[in-house]
Write a new protein. Structure first.
Length: 147
């Protein structure tokens, strides 16, 4: 069996690729911090795609599909997202443009880019740690007993 065909490891590789690309965009944003009219770029949040027979109920197998919780009994609690929780508490988050727009139209905030870089690094390190641990468990399971 080829180790690259394991779905969990494929998802982790996809996540690591996402954070590598995000790190590249952050570096590009910082490099253009003094370029007139430059607007910072970022990637859409990473989402695991679930496909195949193990996708479960509520999941579609199309490109970009995600797993959605389904309610199988009317007495079950309905799934709620962050928007539902915020609405119940009486507030909502709004997307606002970056607070640092200079006279030349540059919108890069170095502080914001530092936060994105730290977040990307933290998530990449977590994914690679999980990947390494998964591979070591597979190796341990494949070893002959007593070795």
């Amino acid at each position: 069996m080829d180790i690259s065909s394991i779905p969990l490891l494929g998802m982790l590789r996809g996540r690591m690729t996402y954070f590598t690309e995000r790190q590249r965009l952050v570096a590009e944003n910082v490099a253009n911090a003094s370029t007139p009219g430059y607007r910072p770029k970022d990637l859409a949040p990473f989402r695991f795609r679930v496909t195949g027979p193990d996708a479960g109920p509520g999941a579609s197998s199309g490109p970009g599909s995600i797993t959605v919780m389904s309610v199988t009994h009317p007495a079950h609690q309905r799934p709620s997202g962050p928007e539902d929780i915020a609405a119940a508490r009486g507030y909502r988050a709004e997307r606002s443009p970056d607070a640092v727009t200079t006279l030349d139209g540059n919108q890069v905030s170095l502080e914001d880019q530092m936060l994105r870089m730290a977040d990307s690094r933290l998530n990449y390190d977590a994914a690679i740690g999980f990947y390494q641990k998964s591979v070591s468990m597979i190796r341990m399971a494949a070893r002959a007993p007593g070795r």
